[in-house]
Design a protein around this ligand. Structure first.
Ligand code: ARG
Length: 259
């Protein structure tokens, strides 16, 4: 008798846990995502001002222009790599020495990218980024990630979250955003019904896809959106291939920023 009551209680608790889990995976985070495994996205960076980024050269992190104030030195940013749990031990923390902010961003609101140079080269591997004019990965499922809000208006995540979202053609995204979208320099991803998206604090982080050789390539930089994961809207990402020539021009042979 006693034993069966305990079992009943256990089953009840289990069903609560399972229901909770099912809801979480139906509405993935970032918003609607799952926890990234340790080492799954080793080039992923958390920046101390509350943005994401990716290590793209020995000492250079690619992030969003709107995550930094200006081009110049003495930047006071710390980059954390190599751990999915921001409160966990291990990983690497490196201070910044210089920032380069996309010069066109301030006047146009497009080309939302910036580079952060680190004092020392992290041991983490680098993420490749889309070559100038290469739109071959602008299709299908794209992977987004970050420690940003897991619900619109919610707090930051302790754990790195990731999710996949489908590529959205410019014409579809323009129907949602009109002239706010800069299709030459931005691309969209997400579901018309909402539910899965990046959100505040994910900005600057990479949207990636594996190329034919299985290598991860950065195709987008988390930039903006109407709320997060809202029905009828999409996440808007800086379209890396549209300005990656400028990015490469700014990265010197030593894996630092060309001043
Ligand atoms: N601007 C935000 C940030 O600074 C990112 C917003 C992304 N929004 C979206 N719905 N995908 O973190």
């Amino acid at each position: 008798m006693r034993k069966s009551r305990i079992l009943l209680l256990a089953a009840l608790l289990l069903s609560l846990v399972v229901t909770g889990t099912a809801q979480a995976s139906a509405r993935p985070l970032v918003v609607g995502g799952g926890n990234a495994g340790q080492g799954q996205f080793p080039w992923m960076v958390r920046l101390s001002m509350g943005c994401g980024g990716a290590l793209v050269a020995a000492k250079v992190v690619l992030t969003a222009a709107h995550c930094v104030d200006r081009t110049g030195g003495d930047t006071g940013i710390t980059a954390t790599l190599g751990k999915v749990d921001l409160r966990g031990s291990g990983g690497e923390s490196v201070k910044s020495t210089y920032v380069y902010r996309s010069p066109e961003y301030a006047s146009t609101g497009a080309r939302d990218w910036a580079l952060i140079e680190l004092a020392t080269a992290p041991s983490a591997p680098q993420l490749a980024f889309a070559a100038p004019g290469d739109t071959s990965l602008n299709s299908g499922n794209l992977t987004i990630m970050g420690w940003g809000s897991t619900t619109e208006g919610g707090g930051q995540s302790r754990y790195l979250k990731y999710a996949t979202v489908p590529f959205v053609p410019d014409a579809t995204c323009q129907k949602a955003y009109g002239e706010d979208l800069h299709p030459a320099y931005e691309l969209c991803a997400g579901y018309a019904e909402g539910g899965v998206d990046t959100c505040q604090g994910d900005s600057g982080g990479p949207m990636v896809k594996q190329d034919a050789a299985g290598r991860w390539v950065e195709v987008g930089i988390v930039s903006w959106g109407q709320g997060c994961a809202e029905k009828g809207y999409y996440g808007v990402y800086g379209e890396v291939q549209s300005f990656s020539g400028d990015i490469s021009d700014r990265i010197g042979s030593g894996g630092t920023i060309v001043r």
